[in-house]
Design a protein around this ligand. Structure first.
Ligand code: ACO
Length: 337
């Protein structure tokens, strides 16, 4: 069995926040943000909007493009690190779409690499047999846990959802050619939002401590904490190697053997650095980071959807994609649209 991408969709919140809007409450300016990151605007969830609604809208659009009935969906993978419910949101998408025969639906948490790990998982489920139509949704609202007083991180992120439908096909039509997947817990400390323990009495003996801290108070997670320089260096180092490895698995080594370079939209300077190392000219690089910032697991399907609907990516085009981020995790995929 082969598998191919047959539809895509995306959705963003209505509130647009410009660099000048940010400069009203933190010590920054449009010039600094746009020259260091390429970002000019981002969308941020507000009012009654929630992330699941964006994910549902993106998934619906992908199904419409693919002309696939929701009841024919067998698996929904929601790639997200910032969902509306810690127990996962994929089954909510399943209910909202009206997938009546209860397909499998669950979440994958791998930050900005999440979408490509979802794509790989979709291909594994299809190739293992029994799954024909798999929705892979990337949705994140990092605005929920950035520290809006930390100018080194809050300027980077935006909220969005993107989706693709992956369909089983004859092996001769196979459109997912090669993957390269990695993680490195050593670099975890460079990008975290960890569970905050309740205050405990440090002087208490360990035997007592368990009783003095019981029952636990409702705790929360810390703000996103990031070492931007380390993440930057990591991305520019590993992503070109990873794309080359995926191209080799696909039998497509060489920068002229694919049509488009589509990276996780974290920072225009990272995108440019990787493109230069791979010798891909800017005309063949997909980028919309200026308008949406870093939307984590949503960024690749959001940029893909815009490029497909805008007529850049045409049927038959081959795309080299890579995601990278917290974990640390990084993943590349070569696929045909
Ligand atoms: N406005 C104005 N000045 C600022 C701002 C700002 N928003 N932010 C930092 N500065 C200042 C710093 O205080 C520093 O000043 P100093 O020299 O007086 O100390 C100076 O600018 C340089 O700061 P750096 O942090 O060294 O700037 P750098 O060029 O590294 O750019 C940035 C920072 C944009 C964060 C960059 O490192 C980056 O993009 N890194 C990648 C981050 C990333 O992509 N993270 C997401 C990964 S995906 C995921 O999994 C969620």
């Amino acid at each position: 069995t082969g598998c191919k991408l047959v539809g895509c969709g995306s959705a963003v919140p209505s509130l647009r926040v410009t660099n000048n809007d940010l400069a009203k409450f933190i010590d920054t300016n449009d010039e600094w943000i746009s020259t260091r990151t390429g970002i000019r605007n981002r969308r941020v969830l507000s009012g009654k909007e929630n992330l699941t609604d964006l994910a549902i809208e993106a998934a619906q659009k992908a199904l419409e493009m693919a002309e696939v009935d929701p009841k024919d969906v067998d698996l929904i993978l929601l790639c997200s690190s910032s969902g509306d419910d810690r127990f996962g949101g994929a089954p909510v998408i399943q209910k909202a779409l009206g997938c009546k025969h209860n397909p499998l639906a669950f979440d994958i948490t791998a930050a900005c690499s999440g979408f490509l790990l979802g794509l790989f998982s979709a291909s594994c489920y299809i190739k293992a047999g029994g799954f024909k139509n798999v929705l892979v949704v990337g949705a994140d609202a990092i605005s929920r846990f950035v520290d809006w007083t930390d100018r080194g991180s809050c300027i980077l992120f935006g909220d969005a959802a993107g989706a693709v439908l992956v369909q089983a096909c004859d092996i001769r039509e196979d459109g997912l050619f090669g993957f390269d997947l990695h993680s490195d817990g050593d670099g975890k400390r460079h990008l975290i939002s960890t569970f905050k323990e309740n205050e405990t009495d440090d002087d208490a003996s360990s035997e007592n401590r368990s009783m003095t801290s019981f029952p636990p108070k409702c705790s929360s997670y810390s703000y996103l904490q990031m070492n931007g320089r380390e993440i930057f260096k990591f991305a520019v180092r590993v992503v070109p190697q990873s794309i080359e490895a995926a191209l080799e698995k696909a039998g497509l080594v060489g920068s002229n053997n694919f049509d488009w370079l589509l990276l996780h939209q974290a920072n225009q300077r990272i995108i440019d650095g990787v493109a230069t190392r791979l010798e891909v000219p800017s005309e063949r690089v997909i980028s919309n980071v200026a308008n949406y910032g870093n939307t984590s697991a949503a960024s690749i399907p959001l940029a893909l959807d815009e490029a497909v609907r805008g007529g850049k990516v045409q049927p038959g085009h081959v795309i080299a994609a890579a995601g990278f981020g917290a974990g640390l995790t990084w993943a590349s995929a070569i696929f045909r649209w």
